[in-house]
Design a protein around this ligand. Structure first.
Ligand code: C2E
Ligand code: MG
Ligand code: MG
Length: 610
């Protein structure tokens, strides 16, 4: 029995045996009662301390600091959490385990909260003695001292790394595919929305590609799901390798993947070409052999593509379109790609077909030159322009409007231009033998890409040497854009070629932006008035004035002029009155094959009727 119990016990015995106490006894009893009360209070205080001590040693880390934040006491849970012993901690400040992850603003807010609300609560990163940084949930309470100032601080700290991991796991499960680690449909929706917003702002295109593996089910059924899973992981990896970092590759489920590309060109056709390149890369990447569990495997994809610009379609609509296009790809024999837009799909197919046909043509050489007469004011044939034609195996004879742009884009214009030059020179040489054609001048169109090649002058020189053609009979038609594109290069090359004896004309003159300053610097012989002005010369006053101005300017610069696209005698008369002395156009003859042209020259003079 404890001290208080003993006192109370003796009092009780006394109370039962003695009936009337005297004064001395009463005083004694009163002393005893006071003692007993004190004893009870003392016991209560001890118990409270015991409770506090027990509470202090619970799982939650506790740290008590003085007003200056010097650590006074920590519990075992805190020691275990932070790695430092209590001897190392006491006397130190929390700076000892500062993670360095929070800036001054963070601590400033904490101090303000402690001052105004007397407590702070929040997530904080601490550093374990072993260097590992971990997240904690911390509550700091102010223990008030005299005059309301903080006497000390009590901080309770809980390690929440586990919660964080679980949170991350939940996030991973909710937004990522477990097998491949790729984002899932939810993230795709988000990113598509974002891409649409950007596309609305910047007008650029984006694309959704639906990728589905061909006959994946058969592989799964025959080789087992293990192999199927490994294959999907590898396909995911290969698809990701085909795109830029910012692009999104998603697994929708099963063997279905979706790829989203954004930041493509503003122009639909160019954007289509960009996507086409990526999709081709994907077709090749996915079709490469697989080596899974020491066995070789093979699979092909079918890819459906749809472009988007702004928010014209909803996310679901886009996915549906890409899906539809993917089925078209499957229907066309698998291992292929299809664009949703039927017109775009067609245009792309045509372009690809034309390009491959062009390349084949280059080997077989199915290009031909047609010749269109050029006449002087007496309608005497003075020469011809060599115009390229493509004898297409399916579509017959094609004019340049169908293929010149493609030749330029693909760079094929360089070898073909070379062929044109060579053929023209051979022709000039052949015409030398005939008195009716020996004085003819042949104009050849030279494209920018061809003209810009480094050794263009040498090439021309070599062709002239090889063919033996007279350079004085050769005329190069350059465009205004070529001239102003790089004046220094142009002037240098023109002068070198001029020295060889070649003359120059500016084709389609008036449609570009040549300035007088440029024209004066160039060793030009002729300006070729564009047919668009000639066409309306009689009916449109502006065109008439433009043509008169061009002619006047040419005369003052010491050049002559040739009008192209002359179709009527009225046009010819107007041009003649304005001072133009050479003409080309349907009025005198269409571009024709060599044999027809040679018949024309045998007649020497062209007869026209109004
Ligand atoms: P260009 O050099 O301005 O050629 C003149 C074009 O006008 C030719 O078209 C010709 O057929 C057409 N034309 C001639 N007379 C008339 C007429 O009275 N009325 C109308 N409406 N048109 C007329 P084509 O043969 O279709 O050639 C188109 C363009 O293709 C040429 O325009 C030239 O820029 C380019 N091109 C043709 N051959 C070559 C070549 O060998 N190399 C390069 N780089 N470009 C070429
Ligand atoms: Mg021309
Ligand atoms: Mg022209």
């Amino acid at each position: 029995m404890n001290h208080a119990g003993e006192v109370l016990g003796s009092f009780a015995v006394y109370h039962h045996t003695v009936s009337r106490p005297n004064d001395e006894e009463i005083a004694l009893i009163e002393d005893c009662a006071q003692l007993a009360t004190l004893a009870i209070e003392h016991e209560r205080a001890e118990e409270e301390l015991r409770i506090a001590a027990t509470a202090f040693e619970l799982q939650e880390g506790l740290m008590i600091t003085d007003a200056k934040r010097v650590i006074l006491r920590v519990n075992a849970a805190f020691v275990e959490m932070i790695g430092y012993s209590s001897q190392e901690l006491v006397g130190n400040t929390a700076a000892l385990f500062d993670s360095g992850r929070h800036d001054e603003k963070f601590f400033q807010k904490m101090r303000e909260a402690l001052k105004t609300h007397k407590y702070w609560r929040g997530e904080i990163w601490n550093k374990h003695k072993n260097g590992v940084i971990f997240p904690c949930w911390m509550t700091i309470s102010v223990v008030p001292g005299r005059k309301g100032k903080a006497a000390s601080y009590v901080a309770s700290v809980v390690n929440i790394s586990k919660d964080k991991e679980t949170e991350a796991e939940i996030y991973q499960l909710a937004f990522y595919d477990v097998l491949t680690g790729l984002p899932n449909r939810r993230i795709l929706h988000d990113r598509l929305q974002q891409a649409m917003a950007t596309s609305t702002r910047y007008k650029n295109h984006g694309a959704v590609l639906f990728v589905d593996l061909d006959n994946f089910k058969t592989l799964n059924d025959t080789h087992g799901h293990d192999i199927g899973d490994l294959m999907l992981i590898e396909v995911a990896r290969r698809l990701q390798a085909c795109v830029r970092e910012g692009d999104t590759v998603v697994r929708l489920g099963g063997d279905e993947f979706v790829v989203m590309l954004d930041g493509l060109s503003e122009q639909a056709s160019q954007a289509a070409t960009q996507v086409d390149l990526v999709a081709e890369k994907m077709l090749q990447a996915v079709s490469r052999p697989y080596f899974l569990r020491e066995q070789g495997h093979h699979i092909t994809p079918s890819i459906g593509i749809t472009l988007f610009q702004g928010r014209e379609q909803s996310v679901d609509e886009l996915l549906k379109r890409a899906d539809t296009a993917m089925y078209q790809a499957k229907a066309s024999g698998r291992n292929s790609l299809r664009f949703f837009d039927p017109a775009m799909q067609k245009a792309l197919e045509e372009r690809i077909l034309l390009e491959s046909e062009l390349r084949m043509t280059l080997q077989k050489n199915t290009f031909v030159l047609h010749y269109q007469v050029q006449v002087d004011e007496h309608l005497k044939i003075i020469g011809a322009e060599a115009l390229l034609r493509w004898q297409h195996p399916r579509r017959g004879l094609l004019e340049p409007s169908h293929f010149i742009a493609l030749l330029e884009e693909t760079g094929l214009i360089v070898p073909i231009g070379h062929w044109v030059l060579e053929s023209a020179c051979k022709q000039l040489k052949a015409w030398e033998k005939n008195p009716a054609s020996c004085d003819l001048q042949l104009a050849v169109n030279v494209s920018v890409r061809q003209f810009r090649i480094k050794n263009f002058v040498n090439e021309v020189h070599k062709v002239l040497n090889d063919t033996g053609a007279n350079p004085a009979r050769l005329k190069f038609e350059l465009t205004e854009s070529l001239v102003i594109d790089d004046v220094v290069d142009t002037v240098g090359k023109m002068q070198a070629l001029k020295k060889l004896g070649i003359s120059f004309t500016i084709d389609d003159f008036g449609t570009g932006y040549s300035s007088l300053a440029y024209l004066k610097r160039l060793p030009l012989d002729q300006l070729k008035i564009d047919k668009s002005f000639v066409r309306d010369i009689i009916v449109n006053k502006n065109d008439a004035v433009i043509v008169q101005t061009i002619i006047g300017m040419a005369i003052s610069l010491g050049m002559d002029t040739l009008a192209e696209g002359v179709e009527t005698v009225e046009q010819q008369n107007f041009l003649s009155l304005a001072g133009c002395r050479a003409y080309q156009g349907y009025l005198y003859g269409y571009p024709v094959p060599l044999a027809d042209f040679e018949q024309q020259i045998s007649r020497q003079v062209i007869s026209v009727s109004s």
